[in-house]
Design a protein around this ligand. Sequence first.
Ligand code: AMP
Length: 156
Amino acid sequence: MDLLKDRKANADYTIIIGCGRLGANLANTLSDDGGSVLIIDKNKDAFRKLSPSFGGLSVIGDAMDLDVLQEAQISKASIVVAVTNDDNANILVAQLAREMFKIQRVIARLYDPERECVYREFGIDTICPAVLSAKEIDKILSETGMLKDISEEGKQ
Ligand code: AMP
């Protein structure tokens, strides 16, 4: 716990919720960059995705449980990133982080694009993989001129 005390003094203490493909990748990157990171997952096997060089902390538990968030010392965090595969869990944790624990930066992944804009109003940044992917595909097609070709084919 001494390690955790040292880390809480760090201004950029980041908590990541969900050690899946995205969460583990982000945790590894932030840790490699020297950041202070703690990652939570309800499934202990999920932490196998962390790299051997990961220098952060991990907590096993359901992030919708206040005791788990308190064990992670959420009130000391400046950034919370909720990237479980459950939109409801991400929304709940993001709202708790903002409203109850007054965290400065809260980012939630939402699979459902229709819910995205609502949470911006609460000061929660959202990322939606479907929307990001659509934009990226559109960009690639535009850059390669494919969109123009397709629309011209339609005219013939
Ligand atoms: P992925 O779909 O690969 O991004 O993985 C999502 C991760 O979120 C999995 O490792 C799940 O165990 C984790 N997860 C899902 N719901 C919760 C929750 N309520 N609390 C903590 N971790 C969760």
